[in-house]
Design a protein around this ligand. Sequence first.
Ligand code: ZN
Length: 238
Amino acid sequence: MSQPGAGFDIYAHLQARPSPHMHCPHCNGVGGASPNPELVFACNLCGAPRIMMPDGMPVEPATLGLLQKADRARKKRGFLAGLGVVGAVGAAFGLLVTLITFFISVGWSLLPALLFVAPSILAIVFARGARGAATKEIASSIDAAWISAAGDLVRAGKIKSAADLSRVTGVDPGRAQQVFTMLTVDADLGASHVRIDAGPVVAQVPVDPRFAALEERERQAEAEASAALDARAKGRSG
Ligand SMILES: [Zn+2]
């Protein structure tokens, strides 16, 4: 048995703080996160999507809101998967009862068909459609959360490129590139903010004066073109 040496502090564990990466803002558990093909990173304890900011930077409320939205869609999809299974079991049971009743009385076999088979099939169809919608919502919320987090990191001066984003957050380079492209597209469009599904504001990007100038030039060109067309039409009719 090892003896505690000089300076051994039996209360050391009370001062030791886990790395902020270990702490989950969803479940408040301290279990870290693992790569996940759909959620990018998922909490090892509750399975919610995570973004691990560097240098102990907190996940901003807007970003967290988007991650929570993705998590709600994920849980909903889990419930719908259960509903699909219940529907399949109900349909199988209903078909069996319908078949048995059919041999006794054709008329009476309509009863189990209406009571079990029809609602079960409706449940299966509904669950499938709603699951597809939930999957899309997860993907769009995760994208929006990463764009938001990348925007925060750019503004904090922590990153300048997709390679930086990949390095500081551990996200794979391919997705980092994707996130950065979406972030730059938002900035190039000169949108003061980007909304996704009327969720929280995703990224605050200053309005680009170049864009306003471009719009002005376009308006002018349009006016000139329509004036030229009017003149031509007048010349033809006159
Ligand atoms: Zn968690």
